[in-house]
Write a protein that binds this ligand. Structure first.
Ligand code: 13P
Length: 282
């Protein structure tokens, strides 16, 4: 089916008490893995690309790859730009047919974050494309965005609501202590901020840094009101580990399609598991 609006999808899933998984893809195999996992689990999903992936393929090519893969799906899928920092790439994604884009200006002082975010909101809305903004700072490494764990900043509900009112973003990543990449120690999450925000706004809320959070924590975040849950690092780890394992166990296998099929199958297992957990919050 054709791609759908990200916010409409999240709102429908949230109304049933669930959350949508947003998965960072790196090539056609990982895009197809998300589509296959959505078919297996029966869940809608967000396919998201970071600036690095867009630079590798070019925005028009990546958009066509996702649309092609989605043609075979029977569940709603949306295409989203993750952590856009370059306004030119964000604008290109908007024009090329992304359903939504993220503008991450969270490294700037708040007034500058608001100014940059609002500029993208105004541009994207003219094309009917929805926008995710970020307030506070999510630690860790996501592509071009590198933030020390010490530099992470927790958002307060008041700051987040003010940011929403001033920017008009359609969905919001509020920093609650999650981080990109694996956690070096148990994360100190402020899930209460998510609950408070969920009680005070209908704006869908995004949890970044999904990799490494245990199942109970994921379920608690869904119950607390998360609408979108991002997973990136786990995809890269499983993809590479699966390739290594298969090649190690089949040193004389030179049928590349067989090697890739194993990686895809392992990715589908992991992604479908996330989708099921997120859709129920239990
Ligand atoms: P992880 O790399 O920790 O899964 O975080 C993904 C993310 O938040 C992408 O924006």
């Amino acid at each position: 089916m054709p791609l759908v609006d990200t916010v409409t999808m999240m709102t429908a899933v949230r109304a049933r008490g669930g959350c949508v998984g947003a998965f960072n893809v790196v090539d056609f195999l990982s895009i197809e893995a998300v589509v296959a996992a959505s078919e297996r689990s029966g869940c809608p999903a967000i396919i998201q690309a970071s600036s690095g992936t867009l630079k590798a393929f070019g925005v028009p090519c990546l958009t066509k790859m996702v649309k092609l893969a989605a043609e075979r799906s029977t569940h709603p899928l949306a295409l989203h730009l993750d952590h856009g920092t370059d306004p030119n790439i964000i604008r290109e994604a908007v024009r090329c047919g992304f359903n939504s884009v993220m503008i991450d200006a969270s490294s700037f002082p708040i007034d500058e974050n608001v100014r940059r975010t609002k500029e993208i909101v105004d541009y994207a809305h003219d094309y009917g494309v929805t926008v995710e903004g970020e307030i506070g700072v999510v630690a860790g490494v996501e592509d071009d965005v590198v933030v020390n764990e010490d530099a992470a900043i927790y958002t307060t509900p008041a700051e987040a609501l003010d940011f929403l009112a001033r920017t008009g973003v359609d969905f919001l990543a509020a920093a609650i202590g999650t981080a990109h990449g694996f956690y070096k120690s148990k994360p100190r999450l402020n899930i209460q901020t998510l609950r408070d925000l969920y009680a005070r706004t209908s704006c869908p809320l995004v949890v970044h840094g999904g990799t490494g959070l245990d199942r109970d924590t994921v379920a608690e975040l869904v119950r607390a009101g998360a609408s979108k849950f991002n997973v990136s690092t786990q995809i890269k780890i499983d993809y590479i580990d699966s390739l290594y394992k298969y090649i190690d166990e089949h040193r004389t296998e030179y049928n590349i399609l067989k090697v890739l099929a194993r990686a895809k199958s392992d990715l589908v297992d992991m992604l479908a598991d996330y989708m099921t957990l997120l859709s129920k919050g239990e």
